[in-house]
Design a protein around this ligand. Structure first.
Ligand SMILES: Nc1ncnc2c1ncn2[C@@H]1O[C@H](COP(=O)(O)OP(=O)(O)OP(=O)(O)O)[C@@H](O)[C@H]1O
Ligand SMILES: [Mg+2]
Length: 379
C-alpha cells in the first residue's frame, strides 16, 4: 500500500431508527470517518448507485427492506463494498444469515464505541486488500497481454529472419560453385602457364570457396531445422548412442580413447534429429580431447521426476566459462580453427533441436579441464 495517507473512509449507515442512526453518524464522524446516514434502505441503495462508499453498516430488521436484501443489492452495485450488520441479541441467527450472503462481520446491539471501532478497521482493511488484489490482477492481465503481443511480433520477426537467412544462403551457393569450378578449371587447363605463386593463390581461393560452401551448408541445415516438423516417437537412446559411436570410429583411430557408456533410458523424440544431437556432441568430445594422451568420454543419464538429463563429459581442452554465452550461437567458436577445425554450427544446431523438443541444454567446463554437456528432454 502507498505511504501517502489514505483519505478518510466513507461509511454508509442505515438504521430505521433515526435517533440511533444520527448518533452513530455523529460518533463515527468524530472518529474521523465520513458518514452518510439513511433511515430508508431504498434511499441508501439509490445513493450507492451514484456515490462511492467504502463500507455499509446496516441494521438487519427494517420494515421497508431488511438488511440482508440491502446488503445483497449493495454488493451487486459495488463488489468491493464491505458490509457489517447490526442486530439485537435475540437475532443472532439473522446475523449469521447475513454473513452467509457476504457481510464481513456483525455487531450486537446495544454496542459501545470501543466494540465497533476495531470491527470497522478490520472490515476496511479487508476492503483495501480486495481492491489492491483487483488492481494487481488487472495489472498482471495488462502485462500478460502486452507480453503476448510482443511475443507475437518477435515470432513474426524471427520467422522473417529465418526465411531471409535461408534464401540468402541458398542464393550464395550458385556464385560460389562458379568460383570453385572456375578455379579448378584454371588449375587443370592452365597450370603450366601459371607461376608457382599464382598456383598457390588459386589453391587458397579453392580452399576458401570450399570453407564457405561448408558454412553455407551448415547455415542451411540450421535454418531448415525451424521449418521441419518434428515427429516424436520412442527412441532407444542406448542403441542410438552406440550407432553414433560406431559411425565416429575413425575419430578414435591411432588414439587412446576410453568411452564409458552408462545405461541410458529411452526417450521421446525425433530419431533423426536426436541422432544429430549425439553426433554433434560426441564429435566435439572426440575433437576437443584430441590433445589428451588418454582421452576419457563418459556418457550417462540422470533420470529426474519430470525429465531425463543426458550427460556427455570429456576430459579435453574445455573452455573458460566466461564465454559460455557465445557457445550455442551460430558460427561461434572458442578455439582457433588451426587448433581444432570446424565451422561452429554444431552446438547451435544441437540447441535448436533440443529446444524444439521442449527441452533444455547447458554446459559446465573449465579451461583445459574438459567439458560436460547436459541436455534435458521432457518425458
Ligand atoms: N567438448 C568441448 N570441449 C571444449 N570446447 C567445446 C566443446 N564442444 C564445443 N566447444 C566449443 O564450442 C565451440 C562451438 O562448438 P560447435 O560444435 O558449435 O562448433 P565446432 O565443433 O567448432 O564446429 P562444427 O561443429 O560446426 O564442426 C567450439 O568451437 C569450441 O570452442
Ligand atoms: Mg562441433
Amino acid at each position: 500500500m502507498s505511504d501517502i495517507a489514505a483519505p478518510p473512509a466513507k461509511l454508509l449507515i442505515v438504521d430505521d431508527e433515526s435517533a440511533q442512526m444520527a448518533a452513530l453518524c455523529d460518533t463515527l464522524e468524530h472518529e474521523g470517518y465520513v458518514t452518510t446516514g439513511f433511515t430508508s434502505a431504498k434511499e441508501a441503495l439509490a445513493t450507492l448507485r451514484t456515490q462511492k462508499f467504502d463500507l455499509l453498516l446496516t441494521d438487519l430488521m427494517m420494515p421497508e427492506m431488511d438488511g440482508i436484501t440491502l446488503l445483497r443489492a449493495a454488493q451487486q452495485v459495488d463488489g468491493n463494498l464491505v458490509g457489517i450488520v447490526m442486530t439485537g441479541h435475540g437475532a443472532i441467527d439473522t446475523a449469521v444469515e447475513a454473513m452467509k450472503v457476504g457481510a464481513l462481520d456483525y455487531i450486537l446491539k446495544p454496542f459501545k464505541l470501543s466494540a465497533i471501532l476495531p470491527v470497522l478497521a478490520r472490515a476496511l482493511s479487508v476492503r483495501w486488500l480486495r481492491m489492491e488484489n483487483e488492481e494487481l490482477q488487472q495489472r498482471v492481465g495488462e502485462r500478460t497481454a502486452a507480453l503476448e503481443a510482443a511475443n507475437k511480433d518477435l515470432q513474426a520477426a524471427n520467422k522473417e529472419l529465418e526465411s531471409f537467412s535461408y534464401s540468402v544462403s541458398h542464393d550464395l551457393r550458385a556464385p560460389l560453385r562458379a568460383i570453385d569450378g572456375f578455379s579448378k578449371i584454371l588449375v587443370a587447363d592452365h597450370a603450366p602457364q601459371l607461376s608457382a605463386e599464382a598456383q598457390k593463390m588459386l589453391g587458397t581461393v579453392s580452399a576458401n570457396a570450399r570453407r564457405m560452401g561448408q558454412l553455407i551448408d551448415d547455415l542451411l541445415a540450421f535454418s531448415r531445422l525451424s521449418h521441419r516438423p518434428i515427429s516424436k516417437q520412442r527412441v532407444k537412446a542406448a542403441a542410438l548412442v552406440q550407432q553414433v559411436l560406431d559411425e565416429l570410429h575413425r575419430e578414435r583411430e591411432g588414439r587412446q580413447v576410453e568411452v564409458r557408456v552408462e545405461p541410458l533410458p529411452d526417450c521421446m523424440g525425433d530419431p533423426s534429429l536426436l541422432k544429430q544431437v549425439w553426433v554433434n556432441l560426441l564429435s566435439n568430445a572426440f575433437k576437443f580431447t584430441r590433445r589428451r594422451e588418454r582421452a576419457l568420454i563418459e556418457i550417462g543419464c540422470q533420470e529426474q521426476q519430470d525429465e531425463k538429463v543426458y550427460v556427455v563429459r570429456d576430459n579435453g581442452a574445455g573452455f573458460d566459462m566466461a564465454y559460455v554465452g557465445k557457445l550455442f550461437g551460430v558460427f561461434q567458436r572458442l578455439h582457433r580453427s588451426d587448433e581444432f577445425e570446424g565451422t561452429g554450427a554444431g552446438l547451435a544446431i544441437v540447441q535448436r533441436i533440443i529446444q524444439r523438443h521442449g527441452g533444455r541444454i547447458w554446459v559446465e567446463a573449465a579451461l583445459d579441464q574438459g567439458a560436460t554437456f547436459y541436455f534435458a528432454l521432457p518425458p
